[in-house]
Design a protein around this ligand. Sequence first.
Ligand SMILES: Cc1cc2nc3c(=O)[nH]c(=O)nc-3n(C[C@H](O)[C@H](O)[C@H](O)COP(=O)(O)OP(=O)(O)OC[C@H]3O[C@@H](n4cnc5c(N)ncnc54)[C@H](O)[C@@H]3O)c2cc1C
Length: 463
Amino acid sequence: MSYLRRDRALVLGAGVAGLVAARILSEHYDEVVVVERDELPDRPEHRRFVPQSHHAHGLLGSGRRVLVGLFPGLSAELAARGALTPGSGDPAMGDRSLFLVRGGTTIRIPAWWSGGFGASRVLIEHAIRDHVRALANVTILDRTPATGLTTDRARRRVTGVRTPDEALGADLVVDASGRGSPLPEWLERIGYRPPPESIVHSDVRYVSVVTEPDPSFDPEWLAILGGQAESGSSVGGVVLRIEHGLLHISFGSIARDEPVPSDLAGLRDFADRFTAPVVAEALRRSTPAGPIRAFRVRSNTRRHYDRARELPGGVIALGDAASAANPIYGQGMSVAALSAAALGRALAAGDDAGLERRAARAIAATSAEAWRLALGEDIRYGCRTEGVRSPWTARFGEGYRNRLERAAALDPEVAAAFNDVLNLHRPLSSLGSPRIVRRVLRPLRDRDPGPLSATVAAVLGAG
Ligand SMILES: Cc1cc2nc3c(=O)[nH]c(=O)nc-3n(C[C@H](O)[C@H](O)[C@H](O)COP(=O)(O)OP(=O)(O)OC[C@H]3O[C@@H](n4cnc5c(N)ncnc54)[C@H](O)[C@@H]3O)c2cc1C
Protein backbone atom coordinates (compact mmCIF):
# COMPACT_ATOMS: atom_id res chain seq x y z
CA MET A 1 0.00 0.00 0.00
CA SER A 2 1.32 3.41 -0.88
CA TYR A 3 1.87 5.45 2.26
CA LEU A 4 4.35 8.19 1.63
CA ARG A 5 3.95 11.08 -0.69
CA ARG A 6 7.09 11.84 -2.59
CA ASP A 7 6.60 15.48 -3.44
CA ARG A 8 9.46 17.02 -1.52
CA ALA A 9 12.46 15.78 0.47
CA LEU A 10 14.53 18.07 2.63
CA VAL A 11 18.20 17.49 3.49
CA LEU A 12 19.95 19.15 6.45
CA GLY A 13 23.54 19.93 5.59
CA ALA A 14 25.46 20.23 2.31
CA GLY A 15 28.52 18.26 3.41
CA VAL A 16 29.52 15.08 1.60
CA ALA A 17 26.66 13.08 3.19
CA GLY A 18 24.03 15.73 2.40
CA LEU A 19 25.15 16.19 -1.20
CA VAL A 20 25.20 12.48 -1.97
CA ALA A 21 21.84 12.04 -0.22
CA ALA A 22 20.38 14.89 -2.32
CA ARG A 23 21.62 13.19 -5.49
CA ILE A 24 19.95 9.91 -4.45
CA LEU A 25 16.72 11.60 -3.33
CA SER A 26 16.47 13.47 -6.64
CA GLU A 27 15.61 10.11 -8.23
CA HIS A 28 12.76 9.45 -5.82
CA TYR A 29 11.20 12.86 -5.03
CA ASP A 30 9.76 15.52 -7.31
CA GLU A 31 11.74 18.17 -5.48
CA VAL A 32 14.73 18.11 -3.11
CA VAL A 33 15.75 21.08 -0.95
CA VAL A 34 19.10 21.13 0.87
CA VAL A 35 19.40 23.60 3.74
CA GLU A 36 22.94 24.53 4.76
CA ARG A 37 23.87 26.99 7.50
CA ASP A 38 27.23 27.82 5.90
CA GLU A 39 27.91 30.15 3.04
CA LEU A 40 28.80 27.84 0.15
CA PRO A 41 31.70 29.00 -2.03
CA ASP A 42 31.70 28.75 -5.82
CA ARG A 43 35.27 27.45 -5.75
CA PRO A 44 37.07 24.67 -3.90
CA GLU A 45 37.51 26.53 -0.62
CA HIS A 46 37.37 25.76 3.08
CA ARG A 47 34.13 26.61 4.90
CA ARG A 48 33.54 27.94 8.38
CA PHE A 49 31.40 25.03 9.58
CA VAL A 50 33.59 22.28 8.13
CA PRO A 51 36.89 23.05 9.91
CA GLN A 52 37.99 19.44 9.50
CA SER A 53 38.71 20.04 5.81
CA HIS A 54 42.06 21.56 6.86
CA HIS A 55 43.13 18.03 7.81
CA ALA A 56 44.10 15.25 5.40
CA HIS A 57 41.00 13.48 4.07
CA GLY A 58 41.61 10.20 2.30
CA LEU A 59 38.75 8.77 0.27
CA LEU A 60 38.49 4.97 0.36
CA GLY A 61 38.02 2.86 -2.75
CA SER A 62 34.49 1.89 -1.69
CA GLY A 63 33.54 5.57 -1.41
CA ARG A 64 35.11 6.38 -4.76
CA ARG A 65 33.11 3.61 -6.40
CA VAL A 66 29.82 5.11 -5.16
CA LEU A 67 30.79 8.66 -6.11
CA VAL A 68 31.90 7.86 -9.66
CA GLY A 69 28.69 5.84 -10.14
CA LEU A 70 26.49 8.73 -9.05
CA PHE A 71 28.41 11.59 -10.62
CA PRO A 72 29.46 10.69 -14.17
CA GLY A 73 32.63 12.41 -15.27
CA LEU A 74 33.79 13.05 -11.69
CA SER A 75 37.22 11.43 -12.16
CA ALA A 76 37.94 13.45 -15.29
CA GLU A 77 36.79 16.69 -13.62
CA LEU A 78 39.04 16.08 -10.64
CA ALA A 79 41.94 15.21 -12.95
CA ALA A 80 41.34 18.45 -14.88
CA ARG A 81 41.70 20.30 -11.58
CA GLY A 82 45.07 18.73 -10.88
CA ALA A 83 44.02 15.69 -8.83
CA LEU A 84 45.49 12.23 -9.24
CA THR A 85 42.82 9.78 -10.29
CA PRO A 86 43.14 6.06 -10.97
CA GLY A 87 42.87 5.16 -14.61
CA SER A 88 43.52 8.73 -15.69
CA GLY A 89 46.77 7.66 -17.34
CA ASP A 90 48.57 10.28 -15.28
CA PRO A 91 52.18 9.11 -15.01
CA ALA A 92 52.26 10.53 -11.48
CA MET A 93 49.69 7.87 -10.57
CA GLY A 94 51.68 5.19 -12.39
CA ASP A 95 52.83 2.34 -10.25
CA ARG A 96 53.05 4.36 -7.11
CA SER A 97 52.02 2.67 -3.94
CA LEU A 98 50.15 3.24 -0.80
CA PHE A 99 52.38 2.66 2.22
CA LEU A 100 50.93 1.64 5.51
CA VAL A 101 53.75 2.03 8.01
CA ARG A 102 53.51 0.68 11.52
CA GLY A 103 56.84 0.77 13.24
CA GLY A 104 59.24 -1.49 11.36
CA THR A 105 56.45 -2.96 9.24
CA THR A 106 55.64 -1.40 5.90
CA ILE A 107 52.68 -2.77 4.04
CA ARG A 108 52.93 -1.74 0.46
CA ILE A 109 49.82 -1.66 -1.71
CA PRO A 110 50.91 -1.31 -5.33
CA ALA A 111 49.42 1.36 -7.52
CA TRP A 112 46.67 2.55 -5.12
CA TRP A 113 44.48 0.38 -7.28
CA SER A 114 41.62 0.15 -4.89
CA GLY A 115 41.92 3.48 -3.11
CA GLY A 116 40.34 6.86 -3.75
CA PHE A 117 41.53 10.03 -5.44
CA GLY A 118 44.65 12.10 -4.87
CA ALA A 119 42.49 15.12 -4.09
CA SER A 120 41.70 17.29 -1.08
CA ARG A 121 38.32 17.14 0.62
CA VAL A 122 37.50 20.70 -0.49
CA LEU A 123 38.06 19.72 -4.11
CA ILE A 124 36.01 16.52 -3.85
CA GLU A 125 33.17 18.35 -2.07
CA HIS A 126 33.27 21.20 -4.57
CA ALA A 127 33.12 18.81 -7.54
CA ILE A 128 30.11 16.89 -6.22
CA ARG A 129 28.42 20.13 -5.11
CA ASP A 130 28.63 21.36 -8.72
CA HIS A 131 26.96 18.15 -9.89
CA VAL A 132 24.16 18.47 -7.33
CA ARG A 133 23.64 22.16 -8.15
CA ALA A 134 23.12 21.17 -11.78
CA LEU A 135 20.26 18.76 -10.96
CA ALA A 136 17.00 20.32 -12.17
CA ASN A 137 14.90 19.25 -9.17
CA VAL A 138 17.43 20.11 -6.41
CA THR A 139 17.75 23.49 -4.70
CA ILE A 140 20.51 24.28 -2.23
CA LEU A 141 19.69 27.05 0.25
CA ASP A 142 22.90 28.18 1.90
CA ARG A 143 23.13 30.52 4.91
CA THR A 144 19.97 28.74 6.10
CA PRO A 145 20.32 27.03 9.47
CA ALA A 146 17.60 24.54 10.42
CA THR A 147 16.46 25.27 13.98
CA GLY A 148 13.91 22.54 14.72
CA LEU A 149 11.34 20.11 13.37
CA THR A 150 7.71 20.69 12.45
CA THR A 151 5.26 17.82 13.00
CA ASP A 152 1.65 16.87 12.43
CA ARG A 153 -0.83 17.54 15.21
CA ALA A 154 -0.39 14.10 16.80
CA ARG A 155 3.41 14.43 16.60
CA ARG A 156 3.60 11.09 14.88
CA ARG A 157 5.15 12.43 11.74
CA VAL A 158 7.80 15.04 10.98
CA THR A 159 6.44 17.43 8.37
CA GLY A 160 9.50 19.64 7.79
CA VAL A 161 12.01 21.92 9.50
CA ARG A 162 12.04 25.43 10.85
CA THR A 163 14.55 28.00 9.74
CA PRO A 164 14.87 31.55 11.15
CA ASP A 165 12.70 32.87 8.30
CA GLU A 166 10.14 30.18 7.60
CA ALA A 167 8.94 26.63 8.08
CA LEU A 168 9.85 24.39 5.14
CA GLY A 169 7.48 21.47 4.60
CA ALA A 170 8.66 18.07 3.37
CA ASP A 171 7.48 14.48 3.04
CA LEU A 172 10.88 13.29 4.23
CA VAL A 173 13.62 15.04 6.24
CA VAL A 174 17.13 13.58 5.96
CA ASP A 175 19.54 14.71 8.67
CA ALA A 176 23.08 14.98 7.25
CA SER A 177 24.17 17.72 9.62
CA GLY A 178 27.36 16.03 10.78
CA ARG A 179 28.73 14.82 14.11
CA GLY A 180 27.13 17.70 16.04
CA SER A 181 23.65 16.74 14.77
CA PRO A 182 20.84 18.40 16.78
CA LEU A 183 18.34 15.67 15.83
CA PRO A 184 18.42 13.77 19.17
CA GLU A 185 17.62 17.01 21.01
CA TRP A 186 14.91 17.98 18.53
CA LEU A 187 13.29 14.56 18.93
CA GLU A 188 13.22 15.04 22.70
CA ARG A 189 11.55 18.41 22.20
CA ILE A 190 8.67 16.73 20.39
CA GLY A 191 8.30 14.01 22.99
CA TYR A 192 10.51 11.16 21.75
CA ARG A 193 13.41 9.52 23.53
CA PRO A 194 16.69 10.13 21.67
CA PRO A 195 18.22 7.00 20.11
CA PRO A 196 20.64 4.90 22.15
CA GLU A 197 24.26 5.91 21.59
CA SER A 198 27.66 4.24 21.59
CA ILE A 199 30.48 6.62 22.49
CA VAL A 200 34.24 6.15 22.21
CA HIS A 201 36.39 8.72 24.00
CA SER A 202 39.37 8.64 21.68
CA ASP A 203 40.53 12.23 22.21
CA VAL A 204 42.16 12.63 18.81
CA ARG A 205 44.49 15.56 18.26
CA TYR A 206 45.40 16.63 14.75
CA VAL A 207 47.96 19.08 13.41
CA SER A 208 48.08 19.48 9.63
CA VAL A 209 49.76 21.42 6.88
CA VAL A 210 49.61 21.47 3.11
CA THR A 211 53.11 21.56 1.63
CA GLU A 212 54.82 21.95 -1.69
CA PRO A 213 57.50 19.28 -2.11
CA ASP A 214 61.00 20.23 -3.28
CA PRO A 215 61.36 19.78 -7.05
CA SER A 216 63.95 17.05 -6.44
CA PHE A 217 61.57 15.15 -4.17
CA ASP A 218 59.74 12.57 -6.26
CA PRO A 219 58.33 10.08 -3.79
CA GLU A 220 57.40 6.69 -5.10
CA TRP A 221 54.30 6.65 -2.94
CA LEU A 222 50.90 8.22 -3.42
CA ALA A 223 49.92 8.08 0.20
CA ILE A 224 51.38 7.07 3.54
CA LEU A 225 48.96 6.00 6.20
CA GLY A 226 49.67 5.07 9.79
CA GLY A 227 53.18 6.48 9.65
CA GLN A 228 54.02 5.27 13.13
CA ALA A 229 57.58 5.15 14.38
CA GLU A 230 56.74 2.20 16.58
CA SER A 231 54.12 -0.47 16.04
CA GLY A 232 51.18 0.09 18.38
CA SER A 233 52.11 3.73 19.01
CA SER A 234 49.11 6.04 19.33
CA VAL A 235 50.96 8.76 17.39
CA GLY A 236 51.40 8.76 13.64
CA GLY A 237 51.35 10.69 10.41
CA VAL A 238 49.42 10.66 7.17
CA VAL A 239 50.76 12.07 3.92
CA LEU A 240 48.44 12.31 0.93
CA ARG A 241 49.32 13.56 -2.49
CA ILE A 242 46.59 15.99 -3.48
CA GLU A 243 45.91 18.28 -6.43
CA HIS A 244 48.64 20.35 -8.10
CA GLY A 245 51.44 18.13 -6.77
CA LEU A 246 50.86 19.27 -3.17
CA LEU A 247 51.14 17.09 -0.09
CA HIS A 248 48.56 17.17 2.71
CA ILE A 249 50.41 16.10 5.85
CA SER A 250 48.55 15.42 9.09
CA PHE A 251 49.94 14.31 12.43
CA GLY A 252 47.58 12.70 14.86
CA SER A 253 47.52 11.17 18.30
CA ILE A 254 44.90 9.13 20.09
CA ALA A 255 44.21 9.29 23.83
CA ARG A 256 47.49 10.99 24.59
CA ASP A 257 47.69 14.00 26.91
CA GLU A 258 50.49 15.81 25.14
CA PRO A 259 49.47 18.16 22.30
CA VAL A 260 51.13 17.88 18.90
CA PRO A 261 53.26 21.04 18.30
CA SER A 262 51.82 23.50 15.82
CA ASP A 263 54.92 25.39 14.63
CA LEU A 264 57.08 24.11 11.78
CA ALA A 265 60.28 23.55 13.77
CA GLY A 266 58.36 21.78 16.54
CA LEU A 267 56.48 19.71 14.00
CA ARG A 268 59.69 18.61 12.25
CA ASP A 269 61.20 17.59 15.55
CA PHE A 270 57.96 15.78 16.47
CA ALA A 271 57.95 13.97 13.11
CA ASP A 272 61.56 12.86 13.62
CA ARG A 273 60.84 11.50 17.07
CA PHE A 274 57.37 10.02 16.76
CA THR A 275 56.59 9.14 13.15
CA ALA A 276 58.03 6.82 10.53
CA PRO A 277 61.14 8.16 8.74
CA VAL A 278 59.22 8.39 5.48
CA VAL A 279 56.73 10.87 7.04
CA ALA A 280 59.50 12.97 8.59
CA GLU A 281 61.25 13.02 5.21
CA ALA A 282 58.09 14.23 3.42
CA LEU A 283 57.82 17.14 5.85
CA ARG A 284 61.51 18.00 5.75
CA ARG A 285 61.68 17.98 1.96
CA SER A 286 58.77 20.30 1.42
CA THR A 287 57.70 23.88 2.20
CA PRO A 288 54.39 24.86 3.83
CA ALA A 289 51.91 26.22 1.29
CA GLY A 290 49.53 27.45 3.98
CA PRO A 291 49.12 27.78 7.75
CA ILE A 292 49.58 24.92 10.21
CA ARG A 293 46.19 24.02 11.72
CA ALA A 294 45.27 22.10 14.85
CA PHE A 295 42.03 20.27 15.67
CA ARG A 296 40.78 18.10 18.48
CA VAL A 297 37.98 15.52 18.48
CA ARG A 298 37.27 14.34 21.99
CA SER A 299 34.75 11.59 21.31
CA ASN A 300 33.05 9.66 18.54
CA THR A 301 29.38 8.76 18.56
CA ARG A 302 27.20 6.20 16.86
CA ARG A 303 23.49 7.00 17.18
CA HIS A 304 21.44 3.83 16.89
CA TYR A 305 18.32 5.09 15.11
CA ASP A 306 17.79 1.49 13.98
CA ARG A 307 17.39 0.48 17.63
CA ALA A 308 15.23 3.42 18.77
CA ARG A 309 12.01 2.13 20.34
CA GLU A 310 9.81 4.76 18.80
CA LEU A 311 10.51 7.37 16.18
CA PRO A 312 8.23 9.74 14.32
CA GLY A 313 7.72 9.01 10.63
CA GLY A 314 9.31 11.22 8.03
CA VAL A 315 12.85 11.53 9.37
CA ILE A 316 16.10 9.64 8.71
CA ALA A 317 19.74 10.37 9.71
CA LEU A 318 22.90 9.43 7.83
CA GLY A 319 26.58 10.29 7.51
CA ASP A 320 28.31 11.58 10.63
CA ALA A 321 24.89 12.50 12.08
CA ALA A 322 24.25 8.76 12.46
CA SER A 323 27.73 7.29 12.83
CA ALA A 324 30.88 9.34 13.36
CA ALA A 325 33.83 7.06 14.09
CA ASN A 326 37.35 8.19 14.96
CA PRO A 327 38.27 10.29 11.88
CA ILE A 328 41.87 9.14 11.96
CA TYR A 329 40.89 5.97 10.06
CA GLY A 330 39.70 7.99 7.08
CA GLN A 331 36.29 6.42 6.60
CA GLY A 332 33.77 9.29 6.98
CA MET A 333 33.26 10.44 3.38
CA SER A 334 33.10 6.86 2.14
CA VAL A 335 30.64 5.79 4.83
CA ALA A 336 28.55 8.87 3.99
CA ALA A 337 28.44 7.86 0.31
CA LEU A 338 27.73 4.20 1.08
CA SER A 339 24.95 5.18 3.54
CA ALA A 340 23.27 7.44 1.00
CA ALA A 341 23.36 4.54 -1.46
CA ALA A 342 21.72 2.36 1.23
CA LEU A 343 18.99 5.01 1.62
CA GLY A 344 18.45 4.81 -2.15
CA ARG A 345 17.94 1.04 -1.96
CA ALA A 346 15.45 1.44 0.90
CA LEU A 347 13.52 4.06 -1.10
CA ALA A 348 13.51 1.85 -4.18
CA ALA A 349 11.93 -0.97 -2.17
CA GLY A 350 8.64 0.93 -1.73
CA ASP A 351 6.57 3.62 -0.03
CA ASP A 352 5.28 1.54 2.82
CA ALA A 353 4.92 2.60 6.44
CA GLY A 354 8.14 0.78 7.31
CA LEU A 355 10.35 2.94 5.08
CA GLU A 356 12.06 5.00 7.80
CA ARG A 357 12.78 1.93 9.94
CA ARG A 358 14.03 -0.01 6.90
CA ALA A 359 16.25 2.87 5.87
CA ALA A 360 17.63 3.29 9.41
CA ARG A 361 18.52 -0.42 9.47
CA ALA A 362 20.14 -0.31 6.03
CA ILE A 363 22.17 2.78 6.95
CA ALA A 364 23.25 1.23 10.25
CA ALA A 365 24.27 -2.02 8.54
CA THR A 366 26.30 -0.07 5.97
CA SER A 367 28.26 1.90 8.54
CA ALA A 368 28.65 -0.96 11.05
CA GLU A 369 31.81 -2.42 9.53
CA ALA A 370 33.63 0.92 9.52
CA TRP A 371 32.55 1.60 13.10
CA ARG A 372 33.76 -1.85 14.23
CA LEU A 373 37.14 -1.42 12.53
CA ALA A 374 37.65 1.97 14.14
CA LEU A 375 36.42 0.74 17.50
CA GLY A 376 38.78 -2.24 17.40
CA GLU A 377 41.73 0.10 16.84
CA ASP A 378 40.59 2.59 19.48
CA ILE A 379 40.24 -0.18 22.04
CA ARG A 380 43.83 -1.21 21.29
CA TYR A 381 44.86 2.30 22.28
CA GLY A 382 42.97 2.02 25.55
CA CYS A 383 40.15 4.45 24.71
CA ARG A 384 37.25 4.53 27.15
CA THR A 385 33.85 3.54 25.74
CA GLU A 386 30.19 3.96 26.74
CA GLY A 387 27.27 1.88 25.53
CA VAL A 388 29.52 -0.13 23.22
CA ARG A 389 28.21 -3.61 22.46
CA SER A 390 29.87 -6.95 21.67
CA PRO A 391 33.54 -7.69 22.38
CA TRP A 392 33.85 -8.81 18.74
CA THR A 393 37.53 -7.80 18.63
CA ALA A 394 38.37 -10.96 20.56
CA ARG A 395 38.13 -12.79 17.23
CA PHE A 396 41.18 -10.97 15.98
CA GLY A 397 43.56 -11.33 18.87
CA GLU A 398 46.58 -9.05 19.13
CA GLY A 399 48.96 -11.90 18.18
CA TYR A 400 47.15 -12.73 14.92
CA ARG A 401 46.81 -9.07 14.12
CA ASN A 402 50.55 -8.40 14.46
CA ARG A 403 51.36 -11.48 12.46
CA LEU A 404 48.89 -10.43 9.76
CA GLU A 405 50.54 -7.04 9.42
CA ARG A 406 54.00 -8.57 9.14
CA ALA A 407 52.76 -11.10 6.59
CA ALA A 408 51.06 -8.31 4.60
CA ALA A 409 54.39 -6.49 4.46
CA LEU A 410 55.92 -9.48 2.65
CA ASP A 411 53.06 -11.23 0.89
CA PRO A 412 51.16 -9.30 -1.81
CA GLU A 413 48.09 -11.52 -1.48
CA VAL A 414 47.77 -10.80 2.24
CA ALA A 415 48.45 -7.11 1.54
CA ALA A 416 45.65 -7.06 -1.03
CA ALA A 417 43.22 -8.73 1.39
CA PHE A 418 44.20 -6.25 4.12
CA ASN A 419 43.78 -3.35 1.72
CA ASP A 420 40.30 -4.56 0.71
CA VAL A 421 39.27 -4.45 4.36
CA LEU A 422 40.76 -0.99 4.93
CA ASN A 423 38.93 0.30 1.86
CA LEU A 424 35.64 -1.21 3.06
CA HIS A 425 35.40 -3.43 -0.01
CA ARG A 426 35.29 -6.54 2.16
CA PRO A 427 34.46 -7.18 5.82
CA LEU A 428 37.05 -7.70 8.52
CA SER A 429 35.95 -11.33 8.77
CA SER A 430 37.48 -11.93 5.30
CA LEU A 431 40.90 -11.76 6.98
CA GLY A 432 39.90 -14.89 8.87
CA SER A 433 39.26 -16.95 5.71
CA PRO A 434 41.17 -20.26 5.63
CA ARG A 435 43.27 -19.13 2.66
CA ILE A 436 44.40 -15.90 4.32
CA VAL A 437 44.93 -17.56 7.71
CA ARG A 438 47.16 -20.17 6.03
CA ARG A 439 49.23 -17.47 4.35
CA VAL A 440 49.48 -15.44 7.54
CA LEU A 441 50.65 -18.43 9.57
CA ARG A 442 53.24 -19.64 7.03
CA PRO A 443 56.81 -18.95 8.15
CA LEU A 444 57.61 -15.37 7.18
CA ARG A 445 61.03 -16.24 5.76
CA ASP A 446 59.32 -18.15 2.90
CA ARG A 447 57.92 -14.93 1.55
CA ASP A 448 59.67 -12.97 -1.18
CA PRO A 449 58.80 -9.29 -1.05
CA GLY A 450 60.72 -8.61 -4.29
CA PRO A 451 63.52 -6.06 -4.42
CA LEU A 452 63.17 -3.39 -1.76
CA SER A 453 63.16 0.16 -3.03
CA ALA A 454 65.44 2.65 -1.34
CA THR A 455 62.55 4.27 0.53
CA VAL A 456 61.08 1.00 1.73
CA ALA A 457 64.50 -0.22 2.75
CA ALA A 458 65.06 3.01 4.71
CA VAL A 459 61.70 2.68 6.43
CA LEU A 460 62.36 -0.93 7.30
CA GLY A 461 65.85 -0.10 8.44
CA ALA A 462 67.08 -2.72 5.96
CA GLY A 463 69.64 -0.40 4.39
C1 LIG B 1 39.97 15.95 11.70
C2 LIG B 1 39.13 15.12 10.78
C3 LIG B 1 39.74 14.36 9.79
C4 LIG B 1 38.98 13.58 8.93
N1 LIG B 1 39.60 12.81 8.00
C5 LIG B 1 38.85 12.07 7.14
C6 LIG B 1 39.45 11.27 6.14
O1 LIG B 1 40.67 11.14 6.04
N2 LIG B 1 38.63 10.62 5.27
C7 LIG B 1 37.27 10.68 5.36
O2 LIG B 1 36.57 10.08 4.54
N3 LIG B 1 36.68 11.38 6.34
C8 LIG B 1 37.41 12.07 7.22
N4 LIG B 1 36.80 12.80 8.20
C9 LIG B 1 35.33 12.72 8.33
C10 LIG B 1 34.61 13.54 7.29
O3 LIG B 1 34.92 14.91 7.45
C11 LIG B 1 33.10 13.32 7.42
O4 LIG B 1 32.83 12.07 7.95
C12 LIG B 1 32.44 13.33 6.08
O5 LIG B 1 32.70 14.56 5.47
C13 LIG B 1 30.91 13.17 6.15
O6 LIG B 1 30.43 14.13 6.96
P1 LIG B 1 28.97 14.70 6.90
O7 LIG B 1 28.63 15.18 5.54
O8 LIG B 1 28.08 13.70 7.55
O9 LIG B 1 29.15 15.93 7.89
P2 LIG B 1 29.95 17.29 7.67
O10 LIG B 1 31.01 17.16 6.68
O11 LIG B 1 30.34 17.75 9.03
O12 LIG B 1 28.84 18.25 7.07
C14 LIG B 1 27.70 18.62 7.82
C15 LIG B 1 27.09 19.85 7.17
O13 LIG B 1 25.87 20.16 7.84
C16 LIG B 1 25.81 21.56 8.07
N5 LIG B 1 24.91 21.79 9.21
C17 LIG B 1 25.10 21.43 10.50
N6 LIG B 1 24.06 21.80 11.26
C18 LIG B 1 23.17 22.40 10.44
C19 LIG B 1 21.88 22.98 10.63
N7 LIG B 1 21.31 23.02 11.84
N8 LIG B 1 21.25 23.51 9.56
C20 LIG B 1 21.84 23.49 8.31
N9 LIG B 1 23.05 22.96 8.09
C21 LIG B 1 23.70 22.40 9.12
C22 LIG B 1 27.25 21.96 8.33
O14 LIG B 1 27.45 23.34 8.13
C23 LIG B 1 27.98 21.09 7.30
O15 LIG B 1 28.07 21.73 6.06
C24 LIG B 1 37.56 13.58 9.07
C25 LIG B 1 36.95 14.33 10.06
C26 LIG B 1 37.72 15.07 10.92
C27 LIG B 1 37.03 15.81 12.03
